[in-house]
Design a protein. Structure first.
Length: 302
């Protein structure tokens, strides 16, 4: 693995936005009366102002309850541990799985890419425009094509050529790299299948863009498959990566109408636009803690 730059050892907690007092709370628990009231009362008692609240129940009597709350609280970074600790008895009484996060702390992102660079370019453009609240800490590729783009954006670039014989060793190096520098991995048309060991190492932290409207046309050459079937809609799917190829929890999808006059090249051209938009949306929602995963489905409070 060749590196064109070194990685900063600084923690992501050292990078803050001007708005340091915005917090988020995500909750999953068995549904029952009083959850929203109790959570709201807790935050009110701490002096917090709720600025956004979303909730969903799979069934009001026997289902699971999902909730995401954004709130403002004066001097939140210094009170963050106190806020978490004080919530523990409440969480235990409702059998909650919960997570507090500081909105000002940027998640560190490693982008994996091969030769198709349109999704990478979209992510970098949105990041540079301030649409993606993140630190992009590495661009990793099995080809050298993205090196100049990474250099122009002042992002460390890692060329990791992969062969059948070297794949296991390369993945070990990649895992060590992302453990050092990334909270989330984005596969922006990275045309390698990750091993089960890699995927298990980062559950619900690897986002992939698949160039079809899943579950249709899983695997290789989906546009060729779509052309042979004479489809009238083509799409793209952003999903979390699991051990089952293209079967992970779906985060976002979109489609566009096509017709019989279009050949495979036309489908790919149209599809590239859908892919870049869909992936950017999914990454943004992950960065903003808008996604909750249950089994193989997502609840997205977008």
């Amino acid at each position: 693995m060749t590196s064109h730059h070194s990685i900063s050892s600084k923690s992501s907690t050292e990078h803050h936005d001007p708005n340091d007092n915005r917090g988020r709370l995500r909750i999953v628990c068995p549904d029952r009366p009083g959850i929203v009231a109790t959570v709201s009362q807790y935050l009110y008692d701490k002096g917090a102002n709720i600025v956004q609240s979303d909730q969903y129940s799979t069934h009001p009597d026997t289902g699971l309850f999902f909730m995401r709350v954004e709130f403002d609280l004066e001097d939140l970074p210094h009170r963050f541990q106190e806020l978490q600790f004080g919530f523990e008895p409440l969480a235990k009484s409702f059998h909650m799985t919960c997570e507090f996060t500081l909105a000002s702390v940027k998640k560190r992102v490693a982008i994996f890419v091969s030769k198709e660079l349109h999704c990478l370019n979209e992510l970098l453009w949105q990041w540079q425009m301030g649409e993606l609240h993140a630190d992009i800490t590495a661009i990793v590729s099995n080809h050298p094509d993205a090196a100049d783009i990474a250099a122009a954006a002042h992002i460390p670039f890692y060329h990791t050529p992969v062969t059948p014989d070297s794949k296991a060793d390369v993945e070990r190096q990649q895992i060590a790299l992302v453990d050092e520098c990334a909270d989330v991995i984005v596969l922006a048309r990275y045309m390698q299948i990750l091993s089960p060991q890699f995927v298990q190492h980062r559950p619900n932290q690897i986002i992939n863009i698949h160039h079809s409207f899943l579950p249709a046309f899983i695997g290789n050459n989906p546009y060729q498959q779509a052309y042979r079937r004479g489809v009238k809609l083509i799409g793209a799917t952003a999903h979390y990566v699991t051990e089952e190829l293209d079967e992970g929890p779906i985060i976002e999808q979109d489609v566009q109408r096509v017709n019989h006059r279009m050949d495979v090249k036309d489908l790919k051209r149209i599809g590239r636009h859908i892919e870049r938009v869909v992936l950017a949306r999914a990454v943004k929602w992950h960065l903003e803690d808008r996604i909750l995963v249950h089994n193989n489905k997502t609840i997205v409070f977008a």
